[in-house]
Design a protein around this ligand. Structure first.
Ligand SMILES: [Zn+2]
Length: 108
């Protein structure tokens, strides 16, 4: 799971994406896989626990890719007017990981 590279606190993707809502045209960027992933890498996030800033490229790329898919699968997951992410992205990521693990066990 995503962690702050400075203090090691676990981070919630829904909060990270909320920080990104200030980016101009983010509503368009979020529909474009390459642009979205590039923005995540370049964006300077602020850890809500220690208050330090860090680049998104320190976050796990695999999770960023899944977050992209989740944001596009669940239309209305972002409340643009109130600048809130309504999806519980961390919970959904954990669920996906669990299902993948289950899938591997069944196929073995
Ligand atoms: Zn931190």
């Amino acid at each position: 799971m995503a962690k702050c590279p400075i203090c090691g606190s676990p981070l919630k993707w829904e909060e990270l994406i909320e920080e990104m809502l200030i980016i101009e045209n983010f509503e368009e960027i979020v529909k474009d896989r390459e642009r979205f992933l590039a923005q995540v890498e370049e964006f300077v996030f602020k850890c809500p626990v220690c208050g330090e800033e860090f680049y998104g490229k320190t976050l796990p790329r695999r999770e960023a890719e899944k977050v992209f898919e989740l944001l596009n699968d669940f239309k209305g997951g972002i409340d643009w007017e109130n600048k809130r992410v309504k999806l519980k992205l961390n919970d959904l990521l954990a669920l996906e990981t669990m299902l993948e693990e289950w899938d591997r066990r069944v196929k073995r």
